[in-house]
Structure formats: structure tokens, C-alpha cells
Design a protein around this ligand. Structure first.
Ligand code: AMP
Length: 462
């Protein structure tokens, strides 16, 4: 889970990249970086740990000059959370400088890494992105797009990539299109971004989503598109969890509005799992669009029964269990005036370990709720994601080993229901679950790009 911004041909490329990264901050809060480029001059790079606003001061941004830039926010899926793993990576190759930013996860990373090591590669990080860089460096193909094609043929998994060289900005989406990537414009400049929220912030216009299996090369001459693989009929397997939880609701992604997809999930959930209740509330912020949909379809009024403090980050993302545990209380507080004496439906997007929901039920009862009915706008999360969403191991996923009833008992809810897998697919426009256009491996265990070998799995550090 990461976010990328690339800009080609703007006098303030790094500053726009910095602003764009702010609009992608939800995609990773562990580290961030920007590489900027002037024609025929060495690239400039600045990376650090933490939030975008903490990493880039006035001085750093002033040093990042040049008309081209590439930025990244990181949320570790593979590799330790150290600055050395912060992206974009930047290397000097025989053909000039190259910077690379990656959103996704390579599942056969360990095998490819070992093979490269046997061929003489020396790695400096634990990141799967460095494996991609070495594959590109090993290729003898004259064109960058051909080198990308050769590298892609050796890796499996999820990758939306943006590369910056002296002469081009290049965007790539893996053939299944797991992770998003957009092409846009700001004035005369071209932009590549993970989500349209970044384009809106820099007052850019949306051109189109990069297609699954497409390579887009942006140069001073314009935009050139070619295929990564020659299989236009291969079905897309975009990540359904981007629409459930991860992306920002003001973004447009995989051909739809993220807000509308979530609203529809809530409507579907209300039809599938009604509740006798006085009020619908959301777990803010991620549960709000689905709660509005639930209220719309059920006729039960929506009210803000929980308030989120915006001054603490997403606790799940913090690697330490101890931080996560008191995080819920730091972040959420109940509105007694909404809850007292009421039968409450609480809508959230997902239950991972169950710790958040359990604490929320307690907070709501303490504030006077007489019944608490939990409704979840995704099916039970039973399987880890190997394609770029940071999920815990399977044994930590509460729904992996427990029935819905047992999860409901653990979180002490009066009732618990999840949306069905069919209902979820319908909410995002998949009419038949037999022919899905979305990856649902976290719910079904159906890993369409394969699961990592035990060796690679052990290397995935959460
Ligand atoms: P838990 O307490 O582990 O059950 O966490 C559940 C909460 O984590 C839900 O409110 C979700 O909004 C949120 N969540 C779900 N998946 C993720 C993820 N991959 N990263 C961060 N937060 C998540």
C-alpha cells in the first residue's frame, strides 16, 4: 500500500509532487520521498520517515528543482520500515539515472532475488522494488519499455510503477491491474498519480486510468502507449479492497466513484441484513459512505454517533501492537446525545483483528446505547493480501478461525452481519461473481496471481 506521483514538464514539479503526496497520505504514513530531475544534470533526492508534512521543509523543496519529479508515500508490505527502504529508489545505470516508485507487492520476490544474487547482484535493501531495479539493470534491451517488459516477465504479483529517467516519465500497471494508476495533466505538464484525489488537489485534469498491462511513456514529444503483455482479453483483477476501504472516497477508480461504490455497499448491506434500530452511525471516517447507504436503504436516520480525532494517525498502520491497543480510545469518542437509550446500527468497512470493533461496542454502551448491531460492508477478512495491502498473518485475522457468530460474541455486539461476497461484487458493478473483474483474495483465498512461496512469505514483514 503506497502512493505515487510523477510529473513531467512543470517548472514547479517537485512542489506539485509534494502537494500530490499530501492527497495520497492515507496510502502510507511510514516514509515518503521525492526525486527531481533537470535534463543532463544529476537527480536530486530527498526521503525520510514519517508524514509528508514532516519530511519536506522549505529547504528540501528548494533543492528539489527541475521540471520533472517523482514522489512516493510508503506503507511497508515487504522490507523493514527503515529509511533505506524509502522510495523513490534512485540508481545510476550504464544508460543514465533512473528513479523508481512502486505500489504493490511482488510475490516471487525471494526467488528472483536469489537468482539475481547468483548472477552477481548486490542488494542494499530488503525491498521488492530493488529487485525490479536489478531486473531492469540486467536487461540488454535498448528501449526502457522493452527492459520493463523483460523484467515484468520474471515477476508475479501486483505492481503499479512510475519510473523517471533523463528523457522520460514512465507508468506501468501489471496485467491484472491490481493497484490503480492515473494519467492526468496540469497545464502543459503530464502527471501520473495513484489516485485522482492527488489530481484534484493540484488542480489537474483527469485524462484516463492506465490500463492493466499498459506501459505509458511520457516525453517532451507527448504520450506513447504500448502493451506490457499481448493479452488484451486477460480479465482485470483490480483490488476490491481499494474500493471497500483503502482509497479516498473523493477518488474515481477502476471506472467508478469510490464514494458511490461504498454507498451502494451500504445499501446492499441494509437489504441483506436489516436491523430494528433507532439510529445508524458510522465508524469514521472509512465507514461513513456505507453508513449513509445503509441509512438511505433502511430509512433509519444517520447521525454522527462517533467522532474521530484527526490529530492521530491510523493506528492499524503503526507496527507495534501496544500502540494499536490504546489507539482506538485516542481516536474515537462517542456522542452521548445521539446514543443514549437508542438501538444503534454501527457500520464499518471491515473487521481485521476485532480489537477496534470490540472497543467501539464498549464505548457505545458506556455512552448509553441499549443495543449495538454491527454491520460490515465487506465479507469476513479471512486471508492475508499478498498483492500490496498490509494485512496481518492469517492467524491474527479474527474471521479466519471463527464463525460470524463467534466474532460477534468476541466483539460483544447484539448482532453482527457482513455483506455477502456476491453483494459486494454487485456493489462495484460485477454482475456475475463467476466472472469477476476484481480480486477478492482477502475474502475468498482465491489468489489469482499465485501466493508467495513459504520463503517469500516469511520475508513479508508487517
Ligand atoms: P481491527 O481492530 O484489527 O479489527 O481493525 C479494524 C479497522 O481497521 C477497521 O475499522 C478498518 O477500517 C481498518 N482497516 C482494515 N484494513 C486495514 C488495513 N489493511 N490497514 C489499516 N487499517 C485497516
Amino acid at each position: 500500500m503506497c502512493g505515487v506521483v510523477g510529473i513531467w514538464g512543470h517548472p514547479e514539479a517537485a512542489k506539485l509532487t509534494y502537494l500530490g503526496l499530501h492527497a495520497l497520505q492515507h496510502r502510507g504514513q511510514e516514509a515518503a520521498g521525492i526525486v527531481s530531475a533537470h535534463p543532463d544534470q544529476p537527480f536530486t533526492r530527498h526521503v525520510g520517515r514519517g508524514l509528508v508534512s514532516d519530511i519536506f521543509g522549505k529547504d528540501a523543496l528548494a533543492r528539489l528543482d527541475g521540471p520533472h519529479a517523482l514522489g512516493h508515500v510508503r506503507y511497508s508490505t515487504t522490507g523493514l520500515s527503515e529509511t533505506v527502504n524509502a522510495q523513490p529508489f534512485r540508481v545510476k545505470t550504464a544508460r543514465g539515472e533512473l528513479a523508481l516508485a512502486h505500489n504493490g507487492n511482488i510475490v516471487n520476490e525471494q526467488e528472483v532475488r536469489t537468482d539475481l544474487e547468483h548472477r552477481g547482484s548486490i542488494f542494499t535493501t530488503g525491498s521488492d522494488t530493488e529487485v525490479l531495479l536489478h531486473l531492469l539493470a540486467h536487461s540488454r534491451a535498448p528501449r526502457l519499455a522493452d527492459r520493463i517488459r523483460e523484467a515484468a516477465a520474471q515477476v508475479e504479483g501486483a505492481y503499479s510503477l512510475v519510473l523517471l529517467t533523463d528523457s522520460a516519465l514512465v507508468g506501468v500497471r501489471d496485467p491484472s491491474g491490481y493497484r490503480p494508476l492515473w494519467l492526468g495533466r496540469v497545464g502543459e505538464a503530464y502527471v501520473l498519480v495513484s489516485e485522482t484525489s492527488a489530481l484534484s488537489l493540484i488542480e489537474g485534469i483527469q485524462i484516463r486510468e492506465i490500463e492493466p498491462g499498459e506501459i505509458v511513456t511520457i516525453t517532451d514529444k507527448g504520450v506513447h502507449s504500448e502493451r506490457l503483455v499481448h493479452d488484451p482479453n486477460a480479465p482485470a483483477q483490480s483490488c476490491i479492497f481499494e474500493l471497500v476501504y483503502f482509497s479516498r472516497p473523493d477518488s474515481f477508480m477502476f471506472g467508478q466513484s469510490v464514494y458511490e461504490a461504498r454507498f451502494d455497499m451500504g445499501r446492499k448491506l441494509a437489504a441483506e441484513s436489516p436491523a430494528n434500530a433507532d439510529v445508524v452511525i458510522a465508524v469514521p471516517d472509512s465507514g461513513i459512505p456505507a453508513a449513509l447507504g445503509y441509512a438511505d436503504a433502511s430509512g433509519i436516520p444517520y447521525k454522527p454517533g462517533l467522532i474521530r480525532s484527526h490529530y492521530v494517525g491510523r493506528t492499524f498502520i503503526e507496527p507495534e501492537q501496544s500502540i494499536r491497543n490504546f489507539g482506538v480510545k485516542l481516536k474515537l469518542s462517542a456522542v452521548r446525545a445521539v446514543l443514549e437509550g437508542k438501538r444503534v446500527v454501527v457500520v464499518d468497512d471491515s473487521i481485521v483483528r476485532g480489537t477496534t470493533s470490540r472497543k467501539i461496542v464498549k464505548i457505545l454502551r458506556d455512552a448509553g446505547a441499549v443495543e449495538v448491531h454491527i454491520r460490515i460492508s465487506s465479507p469476513p477478512s479471512r486471508f492475508p493480501c499478498y498483492y500490496g495491502i498490509n494485512t496481518p498473518t492469517q492467524k491474527e485475522l479474527i474471521a479466519a478461525k471463527n464463525s460470524v457468530e463467534e466474532v460477534g460474541d468476541y466483539i460483544t455486539a447484539d448482532s453482527l452481519s457482513y455483506i455477502s461476497l456476491e453483494g459486494l461484487h454487485q456493489s462495484v458493478g460485477d454482475l456475475s461473481i463467476g466472472d469477476p473483474h476484481f480480486c477478492n483474495a482477502c475474502f475468498s483465498g482465491n489468489y489469482t496471481a499465485g501466493a508467495p512461496t513459504i520463503r517469500s512469505r516469511l520475508a513479508i514483514v508487517h
